[in-house]
Ligand binder design. Structure first.
Ligand code: NAD
Length: 267
């Protein structure tokens, strides 16, 4: 039986991709689509909006209207909307796949407080390639250890509203964990002016914004005499959408709690 899926943020860049990805999956079926209540697209056909032809799912402006129609919500919207939807899913025994990034520390704490009340997957990046890269970064960090300077460079399209990207931060977390460092203490978010010499245990982030770049990430491990770089480049949002749909189907029947995309992929 395919999993009944609701997609919120249905008219967004990722929302439309997710509608298409669900239509291509044998494990999932789109049964509800949600947008902001003030959106001019309320009532529109979700399939037509996503460019895949009519699918008979009308976009609604309130998740409560489709309460009985889905098992798992896929949410790629904005932090406050995602928090409200997580509360709704916890109260109504639904699973949630969270793709939204850019949460503040307070918002993350609110999400954390909810995670025991529902089955939740949260990932800054749902592509298989990025999750493989996280594994490679763990290995590289343990092998190269404290002998290298580590810097993370990311590039995204001009519309992205948060920086550095959630994926870059996830990469920083994996590296810091592998090296026994606290990312909050060692992260350097950009440099300017008389910065002084680089301290070995810092992890630097550099952000590039422009054009239609879907998402590029490079981690540099720099030693005297050699440099290792691990790079991932996304050329289509479909890689994120397919991963999120796979995660939603995987979540069905799981115990309440927080899971990662690496749990879904078994790496
Ligand atoms: P977008 O602005 O194109 O789409 C967001 C959509 O959410 C919009 O259509 C907006 O109207 C809708 N929305 C906002 N509040 C809402 C609410 N209360 N109820 C219903 N809909 C609401 O943005 P995007 O590029 O699609 O990205 C969305 C989020 O997903 C961002 O945080 C982005 O960083 C993240 N993202 C994550 C991944 C990943 O793999 N985890 C990949 C790409 C993007």
């Amino acid at each position: 039986m395919p999993t009944n899926i609701a997609i919120t943020g249905a008219a967004g860049r990722m929302g439309k991709m997710l509608i298409e990805a669900v239509s291509m999956s044998s494990e999932a079926e789109l049964t509800a689509a949600i947008e902001r209540p003030e959106s001019s697209l309320i009532g529109a056909d979700a399939g037509e909006l996503a460019g895949i032809g009519k699918n008979g799912i009308a976009i609604v402006g309130d998740i409560a209207e489709v309460k009985g129609q889905f098992d798992v919500l896929i949410d790629f919207t904005a932090p406050q909307a995602t928090l409200a939807n997580t509360q709704f899913c916890a109260a109504n025994n639904k699973g949630i796949v969270i793709g939204t990034t850019g949460f503040s520390q307070e918002e993350l704490a609110e999400l954390e407080a909810l995670q025991a009340q529902l089955a939740m997957i949260k990932a800054a990046n749902y592509s298989t390639g990025v999750n493989l890269s996280l594994k490679l970064l763990e290995v590289a960090s343990s092998v190269l250890g404290d002998d290298v300077d580590i810097e993370i460079v990311e590039a995204h399209h001009r519309h992205k509203v948060d920086a550095p990207s959630g994926t870059a931060l996830a990469m920083g977390e994996v590296i810091a964990d592998a090296l026994g460092r606290d990312l909050q203490k060692v992260a350097i978010y950009g440099r300017e002016g008389q910065t002084g010499a680089r301290e070995r245990d810092t992890i630097g982030f550099a952000t590039v914004r422009g054009g239609d770049v879907v998402g590029d990430h490079t981690v540099m491990f720099m030693a005297d005499g050699e440099r290792v770089e691990i790079t991932h480049k996304a050329s289509s949002r479909m890689s994120f959408a397919r991963g999120a749909v796979r995660a939603a189907a995987w979540l069905v029947g799981k115990d309440k709690g927080l899971y990662s995309m690496r749990d879904v992929l078994g790496i």
